[in-house]
Design a protein around this ligand. Sequence first.
Ligand SMILES: [Zn+2]
Length: 131
Amino acid sequence: MPIYDYRCNQCGRRVSVLWRTWAEIETKSPVCSRCGSHDLKRLVTRVAVLHSEDSHLENLADPSAFGDVDENDPKSLARMMRTMSRETGEDLGPEFGEVVDRLEAGQKPEDIEAALPDLGGEAGGSDLDMM
Ligand SMILES: [Zn+2]
């Protein structure tokens, strides 16, 4: 599957668009994942093609695969987590969904951890396990 990078003329963000087919590139217009604008300019010839399970996994390990994740932006984090969950196909459990929902609502990760004390530790684990 071809990936092209675009620069959004509305918000200035660089977005990577994954196309399912080469024909889509010609027939559909890309959408900025941040502001929803269609006013995107294609950046020069960076094309990655995913064709095997291996390259798929490598792509996952590369943070840039998710676009620019802003760690200070809960919504950006939530989007990255959703992408990760979808890409891996793993069921990350109800707590994961809760965290993503809260991130999308704009809560800070610290606040979410405070609100969900079971997160990040073994269930019933002792304080000694905390780093
Ligand atoms: Zn934009």
